[in-house]
Design a protein around this ligand. Structure first.
Ligand SMILES: Cc1cc2nc3c(=O)[nH]c(=O)nc-3n(C[C@H](O)[C@H](O)[C@H](O)COP(=O)(O)O)c2cc1C
Length: 246
């Protein structure tokens, strides 16, 4: 196994950080690795807002589900889909087509993951923060985001305070990888995975506020999360930012 594969296969999110800054030279290395990512047609539609102001960080923590690691991580970056630059260069192009947000979302995900992997390769750890979308309008105001810029995900980075958590089991290959055409999954495979997750959580109970239960199978997790993982006003917000009108 080479070092890269080892790193990727041993990923687990880090939510407790040492109170120790990351050297600026490391920040540059992580940024460069992130920024060299592939980009759809080289549109380069990602902006990273690096939150260094402690008061602003506190405000963002409060509107993003009160997740303490947003404050505690030495670095907190917010990845945005940004068509503002492209729009200024080509103002005649209508970027309100849904396709453009898809393009921006893919570019954001890829760049954020390059940052995560680069950070992990330097002995750092991190966790994504989808919670930044909980109060997306307020966040947009706090970050002074112009039209055509939307925050999609945050990333906390820092030195892990404790031994990294054991890796969380994922769905098996038979369910995730399909041959040539979509293949229905087997209920037995899901049940088997549910049991795997239950034994994982027995050793590492889920903490509040993420769940009311400390141990649960994946199917129960999906039922709990799907019910609260969406914002019914998101379309209106995206329209106001100039996205997804057609
Ligand atoms: C887009 C995205 C948003 C996420 N948002 C949060 C979040 O707001 N808070 C959090 O604690 N973890 C968040 N996570 C981390 C996931 O919970 C975590 O990756 C998943 O449970 C698998 O665990 P692992 O990364 O340790 O393998 C997010 C992950 C992704 C990819």
């Amino acid at each position: 196994m080479n070092e890269t594969i080892n790193l990727l296969q041993n990923h687990s999110s880090v939510r407790k950080f040492e109170n120790k800054p990351i050297p600026e030279s490391h920040i540059d290395v992580i940024f460069k690795a992130a920024n060299q990512v592939s980009s759809f047609s080289l549109l380069q539609v990602v902006s990273i807002i690096r939150i260094t102001d402690t008061n602003l960080r506190q405000e963002i923590m409060e509107i993003s589900g009160h997740q303490p690691y947003i404050n505690e991580a030495p670095e907190f970056w917010i990845f945005c889909s940004d068509f503002n630059r492209n729009h200024q260069i080509a103002p005649e192009i209508d970027i309100s087509y849904a396709d453009f947000l898809e393009i921006g979302s893919v570019d954001v995900g890829l760049m954020a993951q390059n940052a995560m992997v680069a950070a992990e390769s330097l002995g750092l750890g991190g966790v994504y923060i989808g919670g930044v979308r909980i109060n997306i309008e307020k966040l947009t105001e706090l970050l002074a985001l112009p039209k055509h810029v939307v925050p999609l995900v945050g990333l906390c980075i820092g030195y892990p305070e404790e031994e990294k958590a054991p890796i969380k089991p994922r769905l098996p290959k038979d369910i995730v990888m399909h041959n040539n055409q979509y293949e229905p999954f087997s209920v037995e495979d899901i049940e088997e995975y549910d049991e795997k997750m239950k034994s994982y959580y027995k050793n590492r109970p889920i903490k509040a506020p993420f769940s009311t239960r400390t141990v649960k199978g994946w199917s129960e997790h999906i039922n709990e999360h799907l019910a609260r993982s969406y914002d019914p006003n998101m379309l209106e917000y995206l329209n106001n930012q100039g996205y997804i009108k057609k």
